[in-house]
Design a protein around this ligand. Structure first.
Ligand code: ZN
Length: 286
């Protein structure tokens, strides 16, 4: 295994460009499981669980709340839960440590904003399905995305019985209609200028890496994933000098035969694998 870790570190060290993809499995390794009715869910969302019968954070995102007070009660609670620690998790710190001095780009479907929290600048980040801290017009009357940190943290603090006071509820500055968190839970999700800019940055990054040593690092992306994994596998196949390194657990770790020679599978708890890599990196360079 040590040999394998060293190989990953060498790949990263020698890369001209590093493309990082992450999905739900990375969040799980941080201790956040948006699909689980686990102890953390019951502790942080127990009142919503009881009131609405929701059994996970993701169910809470899709629930048709009877009022705006209750809707924002949930989404501000979720914001607070994802970002209440001002510091990034050890998992995210380790991931950032591995690539921070390199030419890298991150594409993720995670909505928890943890890459930004770990230090990844906006221009190196494409959050395909948005994130929990931005808000938009729920009618999609215009394409502007608004930072919601202040209002969401105030709502999280001020809610009572899962309801946010009416005077804190945001209104669209254009149509005066209701607003929502900028995450992809329905068709009103805006792919406006900011989203397009990030998408374009992702495309530009791939284009510039053409013909170079491109290292693709994929964290916790399911075997069937079409959004991140499929394009990554195709890119690996197309790019002569690409390497594809996928981090996942057991049967979710999938490498097709066509790219097997260019690929490595890192089977195990992502948090432990990253910790090991960072330790070996610092040992190698000291
Ligand atoms: Zn509007």
């Amino acid at each position: 295994m040590e040999h394998k870790y060293n190989k990953v570190l060498t790949k990263i060290e020698e890369a001209d460009a590093i493309l990082i993809g992450a999905s739900n499995g990375l969040s799980i390794s941080e201790g956040i499981h948006i699909f689980a009715d686990n102890a953390a869910f019951r502790e942080n969302f127990g009142d919503f669980r009881e009131k609405y019968g929701i059994r996970s954070i993701i169910q809470g995102c899709f629930y048709p709340y009877p009022s705006e007070e209750e809707k924002w009660g949930f989404f501000s609670r979720m914001y607070n839960y994802f970002l209440y620690k001002n510091e990034a998790s050890p998992v995210m710190k380790n991931l950032f440590e591995l690539v921070k001095d390199k030419n890298y780009f991150v594409v993720t479907s995670n909505i928890d904003d943890h890459f930004r929290q770990a230090g990844v600048p906006q221009e190196r980040l494409f959050e395909i399905e948005g994130n929990c801290r931005n808000i938009q017009c729920a009618n999609g009357c215009h394409h502007q995305i608004y930072p919601g940190d202040e209002i969401l943290s105030t709502m999280a603090r001020s809610q009572k019985d899962g309801k946010v006071p009416l005077d804190l509820i945001p209104k669209c500055p254009m149509c005066n209609g209701i607003m929502k968190v900028h995450i992809e839970i329905d068709r009103s999700f805006l792919r406006g200028e900011a989203w397009q800019r990030s998408y374009q940055a992702y495309q530009d990054f791939i284009e510039k890496a053409h013909g170079k040593k491109l290292v693709i690092l994929e964290f916790g992306v399911g075997a069937e994933n079409q959004l991140i994994k499929l394009p990554f596998m195709k890119l690996t196949q197309l790019e002569e000098y690409a390497s594809y390194i996928t981090f996942n657990i057991g049967r979710e770790l999938y490498i097709p035969d066509a790219i097997a020679a260019k690929s490595m599978g890192m089977d195990g708890d992502i948090s432990e694998v990253l910790q090991q890599l960072v330790q070996m990196k610092s040992a190698n360079f000291s």
